[in-house]
Write a protein that binds this ligand. Sequence first.
Ligand SMILES: N[C@@H](CCC[C@H](N)C(=O)O)C(=O)O
Length: 283
Amino acid sequence: MRFTKMHGAGNDFVVLDLRGGQVAPAPLLWQLLGDRHRGVGCDQILTIEAPRDMSAHARYAIWNSDGSRAGQCGNGARCVAAWLAREDAIDEANFVLESPAGLHRAERVDTDQWRIGMGQPRFEPSQLPMNGFADAADVYALDIGGERITFGATSMGNPHALVMVEDIDTAPVSHIGPALQASEAFPDSVNVGFAQVLSRDHIRLRVFERGAGETLACGSGACAAAAILMRRGDIDRRAIVSLPGGDLLIEWPRDDAGIDMTGPATFVFDGALDGAILGKTHA
Ligand SMILES: N[C@@H](CCC[C@H](N)C(=O)O)C(=O)O
């Protein structure tokens, strides 16, 4: 089975083309591919599948390295766009991708830079889902292990919480990230972002991802963080989000518009899985 290793600002992926129907999706296979010692190693596996909506060129599904399924992946969307542009005869002027979260316009803005229409953020707590809060708010609070944690929250097709910090380098990512994920408030767990505002058009962000731990970048997390801060009026509607693995440009002209995310998509190598290993993943 052939695969492509890619990354988007350091968030790394194994891309698999399942359009031939030769490999059945199997959580054991995703775990093996994600394993950095026994497999290829990645944060997420992206499977390319036939579209259900015929206006899309292809559909992609997202699997975290722990085998869990996700509803969106911003960095992955750019890598899927670049992969399809390399493999297929794409009409780049009219290039639409389908994800579990819906349809996404994909546009190449430079050799390895892609802009993706990420859709509208959803702030209603039921959309994440997030229990215990009826209405959308700018700030929520939870008591976790005797500690009061305040955060913003939104869905980009997958759930995100955002904690504001003074200094991103000392943010309690590995402590508060898992604590919020384990809270009963998030029945489907949550991706937890930590943001430091540097100026009205520049923030720093680290994300403790659901199913993958802290990653070098999270595209949907960057959209979520920017949307939460833009909606509060804390930053401008066009802002750079600096993640440990690189920068993303996030643009959200108004509350009822979709978010555009621009950033890199990088090919690392192509490979093939050993047949014997593949057999073990269907045990
Ligand atoms: N790294 C991704 C998000 C991947 C899915 C996430 N861990 C989840 O479970 O929702 C991105 O770039 O958006």
